[in-house]
Design a binder for this molecule. Structure first.
Ligand code: COA
Length: 682
């Protein structure tokens, strides 16, 4: 099927691209576009060429699937060159998402006309690569050097109406209007006025303000956001060096960088993350979405943040607490959080007020009788939750979804406290709930498919990355995280220092070291959760360090000390903790191990992978991609490393087998069980 159709109307050629779903620039599309442009070169009467895309968007970028193989001819720069060198003016009509190669194509056209709703962006760095067809160089000439560099190094999309980018387009059209009709009318007007000369972007001058750019300041900003993905910094360094070069030379240099980066480990991992997210998106639902009014039970840190999530998604929320005092504390916490968002420029004053207006407090269960969904975020105790669900069962309308935000407790038991277990589901948010993208939807034995489908749709509306999991201790996420935590504790007993462990995981790319995280969230939280279950008898050191710290009153930041001492402004090491650890290790007669930063990170990852495979094997999670998304969106795993399952795949079965059997030899096959690696890694 042909992807490009040409028709000529009043001496204007319309090149219509139709390559669903998102008009990605595949080799076939590049080739057909070049052929269409070549065919038009013979048309002597032609006055202009209009580039228009069918469907919901303009070209959304390169076809990312092609990046895994060798670059396929014809390459994008060839198409770009045909557009820019056209002997009649070329006008791009933009709508939807004009991203990556799509923006490079648009920038190489002589004019751009867009619907006001259009988004533009150069997201390549988010995929570990850089714009490879002169997009940076042409955008510098169209919107100014600073704005172009920001767009390309941040990878973020902006509205075409954004003050800094509005000059990209010569004409903007109201979004409800017909783009093709209005765009053609604009071209005809300009032709009639004789004001549509050929205007190659490469020949435009750079803005004089570019001389003043503080590149060091730019580097600091990019450094902060780049973490383990080298692409943004490499691109910035190149642009800082090359910005004043003619387009052809600058383009050649960034193309070289693009070709170099496209097969890098980071780029492969980032592509994996992109396609894992797409794979886990819910398909189109046959079911109407019925949730509009929501109640949150419990106005503590979690409950308040969940209420914010829903208000951000436009839902009406009733926040329910036992006492007026607790309720007021929760409402104040919400107001403060919105105030901070406003100060940071994330929302404006009007949005702040709108969102606050969506949240109302109550201490009366009868006020939630008509809500469509309840999320219980009360104290983590089975008895407390059973009592709440009994109450919900008696007050909530028929068909209401009753969700619990429990992190560890058995949702089947909670569901049994109601007469409608089919309506009970887990909705496990990650802290802070209004920031972290992950949402575990926990399917209990009797949860109905209809409820699960509503949850999937809801997650999309809340802009969360949902993974559906089954019931077990800690579900999928906290169960694997607990295994990671267990290994960290074991390494402490074997002689790895606190400092080394946190440094190893930070250097690996985790947002924070695991022991600093423990201090932040409270060592007693996990300790209390674990105390509701029998400890594994085959693992004598199981979280014994945490237990000893809790016994010593070291609960983390909130008590002034935990793994670190927090009495000063910056956390520092405390020799007392080393003593506590040494004492536990001595009592348990733990053999010492030599550690390096690399071996610590490697062992932590092996623990994650081992537990992840068991979670898959037991059917708690169906797809291995879900494991990676859990880590990327729930625990700050570096996106440029793809996730534990992606790393396992990269290491390969032979290497994993070898590492697992060495650990099994030391710690036994209960802790490092034999796994069917081939089933998940081939
Ligand atoms: N290459 C190949 N496939 C792509 C693609 C690309 N650049 N962009 C999207 N797709 C695929 C998706 O994988 C999905 O496939 P599936 O239906 O088999 O799962 C399909 O197109 C629809 O994409 P989706 O993201 O679900 O649509 P959307 O309407 O929610 O979002 C975009 C559209 C364009 C905003 C989004 O897809 C996107 O950001 N794409 C990547 C753009 C990009 O990074 N371009 C630069 C490449 S260097």
């Amino acid at each position: 099927m042909s992807l490009v159709n040409t028709r000529i109307v009043n001496q204007i050629a319309i090149l219509e691209i139709d390559s669903p779903p998102v008009n990605a620039l595949s080799a076939q599309l590049r080739s057909e576009m070049i052929a269409a442009l070549q065919a038009l070169a013979d048309q002597s009467q032609l006055q202009a060429i209009v580039l228009y895309c069918a469907g919901s968007t303009f070209i959304c970028g390169a076809d990312i699937r092609e990046f895994d193989g060798e670059p396929l001819a014809p390459h994008l720069p060839e198409l770009i060159s045909h557009l820019e060198r056209s002997t009649v003016p070329v006008i791009a009509l933009l709508h939807g998402h004009v991203l990556g190669g799509g923006l490079e194509v648009a920038a190489a056209c002589h004019y751009r006309v867009a619907l006001k709703s259009t988004n533009i962006g150069l997201p390549e760095v988010g995929l570990g690569v850089v714009p490879g067809a002169g997009g940076c160089q042409r955008m510098m000439r169209l919107v100014g050097v600073t704005n172009a560099v920001k767009l390309a190094t941040s990878g973020r999309a902006v509205k075409v109406t954004d003050d800094n980018y509005a000059r990209l387009c010569e004409h903007l059209i109201d979004s409800q209007d017909d783009l093709l009709q209005q765009g053609l009318a604009w071209v005809q007007r300009r032709l009639a006025e004789n004001s549509l000369p050929i205007k190659p972007t490469s020949e435009l001058a750079l803005d004089s303000a570019a001389q003043e750019i503080d590149w060091q300041q730019f580097k600091k900003q990019v450094q902060r956001s780049a973490k383990s993905n080298p692409a943004p910094m490499q691109l910035l360094q190149q642009l800082a060096r090359d910005w004043a070069l003619p387009v052809a030379q600058g383009e050649k240099n960034t193309r070289k960088l693009f070709l170099q980066l496209r097969q890098s480990d980071a780029a492969k991992a980032l592509r994996h993350a992109f396609f894992a997210e797409k794979k886990m998106q819910p398909g189109r639902s046959q079911q109407a979405f019925t949730v509009s009014k929501v109640a949150v039970i419990g106005a503590g840190t979690m409950g308040s943040a969940i209420a914010i999530c829903f208000a951000d998604g436009g839902f009406k929320v009733t926040l329910l607490e036992q006492s007026q005092q607790a309720l007021e504390r929760g409402l104040k916490r919400i107001e403060d959080e919105y105030q901070r968002s406003c100060e940071r420029g994330r929302i404006n004053q009007k949005q702040l007020q709108q969102r606050l207006n969506l949240i109302q407090g109550s201490c009366d269960y009868s006020s939630i009788s008509e809500v469509d969904l309840v999320i219980e975020a009360a104290f983590e105790s089975l008895e407390v939750k059973k009592t709440i669900f009994k109450r919900l069962d008696s007050v909530c309308k028929e068909g209401a979804i009753l969700a619990t935000n429990t992190s560890y407790l058995d949702i089947n038991v909670i569901a049994q406290a109601t007469s409608r277990p089919e309506s009970v589901v887990g909705m496990h948010f990650f802290s802070p709930a209004n920031i972290m993208k992950l949402l575990e939807i926990v399917k209990a034995d009797k949860t109905s498919d209809a409820v699960l489908e509503q949850m999937q749709q809801l997650a999309k509306k809340l802009r969360k990355q949902a993974v559906t999991v089954g019931v077990c201790f800690g579900f999928a996420a906290n169960r694997i995280y607990t295994r990671y935590g267990r290994e960290v504790q074991q390494m402490l007993l074997e002689g790895a220092s606190i400092e080394m462990i946190d440094q190893a995981m930070r250097e690996f790319g985790m947002a924070m070291g695991p022991l600093a995280v423990q201090d932040l969230s409270g060592i007693d939280i996990g300790h209390n959760a674990r105390s509701q279950y029998p400890h594994p008898s085959y693992d004598p050191g199981y979280f014994k360090v945490s237990a000893a710290l809790v016994a010593a009153g070291r609960l983390g930041r909130k008590s002034g000390s935990g793994f670190y001492d927090h009495s000063q402004r910056t956390a520092c090491l405390d020799p007392q903790v080393a003593q506590i650890i040494a004492q536990v290790a001595q009592e348990l007669k733990v053999e010492k191990t030599e550690f390096s930063l690399q071996s610590i990170a490697q062992r932590a990852l092996l623990a994650m992978i081992s537990e992840a495979i068991q979670v898959l094997e037991q059917g708690i999670v169906q797809q291995k991609e879900a494991i990676d998304l859990i880590w990327l969106h729930g625990y700050g795993f570096p996106r440029a490393k793809g996730g534990p399952m992606f790393m396992a795949q990269q290491w390969g079965i032979a290497q994993l087998q070898q590492q697992f059997s060495a650990l099994r030899e030391k710690q036994g096959d209960k802790i490092w069980p034999r796994l069917n690696l081939a089933k998940y890694l081939e």
